[in-house]
Unconditional design. Structure first.
Length: 389
């Protein structure tokens, strides 16, 4: 493949790393020359079961022989089964399927406005440094000017507050015209910033007090990434609306918006839809992914603690490192150096890591990773950050 052809035929929207990936196996990917790379990025937290997982391959093959797509004009068993699983695991009541995280957030916003319409509530509260997607609605609640500015004017009625600022949250909610608060339990693209328990608990209390919906964007934190199926389960509270994607499909594109009955009762036939959403192929695979992730939770917590301890031992003391934050298999490393430069040097040493901000290196490996593979990756990262390569 001639990489230079990308500029001839593809829209100039991606600043790609200099690597042509042709296949994957387990927690490793391979380039066209057969060189192997340990993957600490998993397709931006998507490939939750790694690469070429036998159960995913078997499910795709079987379902492809039967039915790939039929649309939501008809019933399909895998879709209903996946909805049942998500309701069981989340404690919510109904599911809408779509194709991506930004679509799951978009549906969340529409459902919130539909719920609030008769109450005269249409505004949203979001947080600075958040990331909720690229469509006009999801971009409008994304608290990062670098993403918003080229596309203004955006959807109006959005107020941004500091992450973890309970006082300002209540001051805004008192105004009475907000239909929803949208939060990430951990800000992903914003730098792996963890919400404080007090903030999440207060958000739930205040949303109930002021008759406002609570939306959790768990596109990146959901499906086992934090050591629980959903990140909100660390706080022992439940949102009204939950947006999911990424790891749910194990590599196939799927999004889901999970809602409680209060929200569902405000919806009517035709209010929202998706041609491809929840098709038989992706829902069949997502059912397998959920089954495997449930089984893997003890493993994820064990290797997550191992990763945390190893990062503290090997990476925290380095002169170039300012801070390390994370939980489960989701970590951010703040550095004095440019994070992309570190990622590029890691590629030269057969390790894939990614950024979340100019100076933060993000670690989100497949959830099947083991201690030996974590040790291998952290050792490379240590040498790169030291500048010893």
């Amino acid at each position: 493949m001639d990489i230079k052809e990308e500029k001839l035929y593809l829209a100039p929207l991606y600043n790609r790393f200099p690597l042509n990936v042709v296949r994957g196996e387990g927690v490793y990917v391979f380039d066209e020359k057969g060189n192997r790379y340990l993957d600490f990025a998993s397709g931006i937290a998507v490939n939750s079961l790694g690469y070429a997982h036998p159960k995913i391959i078997e499910t795709i093959t079987l379902q492809a022989k039967n039915l790939l797509h039929i649309s939501n004009l008809y019933y399909t068993e895998p879709q209903i089964e996946l909805a049942k699983n998500l309701v069981r695991l989340s404690g919510l009541d109904k599911v809408f399927f779509c194709n991506s995280g930004t679509e799951a957030v978009e549906a969340s916003l529409k459902f919130a406005r539909r719920w609030g319409k008769e109450k005269g509530k249409y505004k949203f509260i979001s947080t600075l440094n958040s990331f909720h997607g690229r469509t006009m609605g999801s971009l409008s609640v994304t608290g990062q000017r670098k993403y918003q500015e080229p596309f203004e004017p955006l959807v109006d009625g959005v107020t941004f507050i500091e992450f973890n600022d309970s006082k300002t949250l209540e001051e805004e909610l008192k105004k009475g015209d907000y239909c929803a608060v949208i939060l990430e339990p951990i800000q992903g693209e914003g730098g792996i910033n963890l919400a404080r328990r007090e903030f999440i608990e207060t958000a739930r209390y205040l949303c109930d007090k002021y008759d406002t919906l609570l939306i959790f964007d768990e596109v990146q934190t959901g499906i086992g990434r934090t050591g629980k199926i959903f990140g909100f389960q660390h706080f022992d509270i439940t949102p009204d609306i939950l947006a999911l994607a990424k790891g749910l499909g194990g590599g196939l594109p799927i999004g889901a918006t999970v809602i409680n009955n209060k929200v569902a009762e405000s919806l009517h036939y035709g209010d929202h839809a998706s041609t491809f959403g929840g098709n038989p192929l992706v829902t069949s695979v997502a059912n397998v992914v959920l089954e495997e992730i449930e089984r893997l939770l003890p493993h994820i917590n064990r290797v997550g603690r191992f990763l945390n301890d190893l990062l503290k031992e090997k990476i925290t003391p380095l002169e170039d490192v300012l801070d390390i934050r994370g939980i489960g298999l989701m970590y951010g490393i703040d550095t004095k150096s440019n994070a992309r430069s570190i990622c590029e040097r890691c590629i030269e040493e057969s390790l894939l890591v990614i950024t979340c901000g100019k100076n933060t290196v993000r670690i989100v490996p497949p959830l099947i990773i083991n201690e030996q593979e974590i040790e291998e990756g952290v050792y490379i990262l240590e040498r790169v950050i030291k500048g010893g390569i």
